[in-house]
Design a binder for this molecule. Structure first.
Ligand code: NAD
Ligand code: WQD
Length: 333
């Protein structure tokens, strides 16, 4: 177990202005851990960090750097030392990755290789990478455990699988503590003060429900009610972002050497209709919906086996669907 007092330098949080990265910043501030944020603001702005600065009465060291810019990144690592790196920076839209696979390769894979080169040059040994359940593709069995074949079916998922391999294949990381975290479907907000702020029309379910609740959209499009699930709509493993960050904390504190992959989910699946019902009940807001054809590339059901992370890192999700729906809405209403 790592003792936080042995962190002689700050933690670097790449992508720290984004949805999940800013929640990690919040957790570190709560735990009084020094941190530095790098982000190029390509899918975020400074508002979550500014909210956290006010809330915690601190200044968050922020560097506007594109991780594709090798020279700038090297200069930055030459000027700062870090005890650990949590690498969130990346593009995450499946649809955009299909339209522009080269951009996704360049941003997510080449950018991550640059981060890895700098990590190695400085000799940093405590690392977390944001991977995704997307790497599993269409599940061959449920719940999906970490041994399930990796078979991503879109360029975004391919970039996540490729970056995992960059860590796994590199001899250097056999002497470091590396956690490759495969997130399922994160939702919610940190203590209702910061949340998810997608640019433009949301692709994901919860941000779209929030848009309907705010009156920006007349109804939710439910993509398919003819799946082989109890009510015909798609089933996913939603996880509260607060729980997800606690999983990062457990990963950061674990000093076992080597590269380990962990699913991070609740281990339970909820359908789109169950999400809508829970949201309506807990927030007393009506979410009208219309059934549409299935969305290209969607799968029926996906939920995680979570025994490995429970057994190795002593982490499991605590917050239920009602908390996810309430906290997502309270910061967005
Ligand atoms: P986000 O878009 O809100 O945050 C990502 C951040 O990275 C943004 O602030 C963006 O500006 C920054 N970024 C992107 N490319 C960059 C670059 N080249 N240089 C510097 N900064 C760059 O997304 P998020 O939901 O917070 O996701 C964080 C990470 O977790 C991503 O890697 C994503 O693929 C992964 N992930 C997210 C989910 C999810 O549903 N939110 C699920 C699984 C995995
Ligand atoms: C959930 C369910 C939809 C929107 C994606 C990425 C994955 C990960 C999380 C980053 C499905 C249905 C959705 C809507 C709907 N991100 N839906 N109407 O597809 O499980 O995963 O985000 O790594 O990589 O693929 O999440 O929230 O888009 O969809 O009916 O407007 O909601 O069909 O059943 P998904 P999602």
């Amino acid at each position: 177990m790592t003792d936080v007092n042995t962190f002689s330098h700050p933690i670097l949080i790449t992508g720290g202005a984004g949805f999940l990265g800013s929640h990690m910043v919040a957790l570190c501030l709560e735990k009084r851990i020094d941190l530095v944020v790098v982000d190029n603001l390509s899918n975020s702005d400074l508002s979550n960090l500014q909210t956290l600065e006010k809330h915690f009465n601190v200044t968050i060291p922020f560097f506007n750097i594109d991780i594709r810019d090798q020279d700038k990144l090297k200069d930055f690592f030459n000027e700062h030392r870090f005890s650990a790196v949590i690498h969130f920076a990346g593009l995450k839209s499946v649809a955009e990755s299909v339209a522009n696979p080269d951009l996704y390769h360049d941003n997510n894979v080449v950018g991550s290789q640059n981060v890895i080169d700098c990590i190695k040059a400085q000799g940093i040994k405590n690392l977390i990478f944001s991977s995704s359940a997307t790497v599993y593709g269409d599940p061959q069995y449920l719940p999906i455990d970490e041994d399930h074949p990796v078979q991503p079916y879109n360029p975004y998922g391919e970039t996540k699988a490729q970056v995992e391999e960059l860590f796994i294949q590199d001899e250097y990381f056999k002497t470091a503590s590396v956690k490759l975290l495969r997130y399922f479907n994160p939702v919610g907000s940190y203590k209702c003060i910061i949340g998810e702020k997608p640019n433009g029309m949301p692709n994901n379910l919860m941000p779209y429900i929030l848009g309907v609740a705010r009156g920006e959209y007349d109804f939710l499009n439910i993509y398919g009610d003819d799946y082989e699930t109890d009510d015909g709509t798609g089933v996913r493993d939603y996880i509260h972002v607060t729980d997800l960050m606690e999983a990062h904390w457990s990963a950061l504190m674990d000093d076992v050497i080597g590269c380990e992959i962990y699913n991070v989910g609740c281990g339970k699946g909820f359908s789109v209709k169950e999400m809508v019902k829970a949201f309506e009940e807990v927030n007393q807001v009506k979410i009208p919906y219309q059934i549409q054809p299935r969305r290209d590339g969607d799968i029926a059901t996906c939920y995680a086996a979570v025994d490995k992370i429970k057994n190795h890192l002593n982490w499991s999700a605590k917050l239920n669907l009602e908390s996810m729906c309430r906290d997502a809405w309270s910061v967005n209403s």
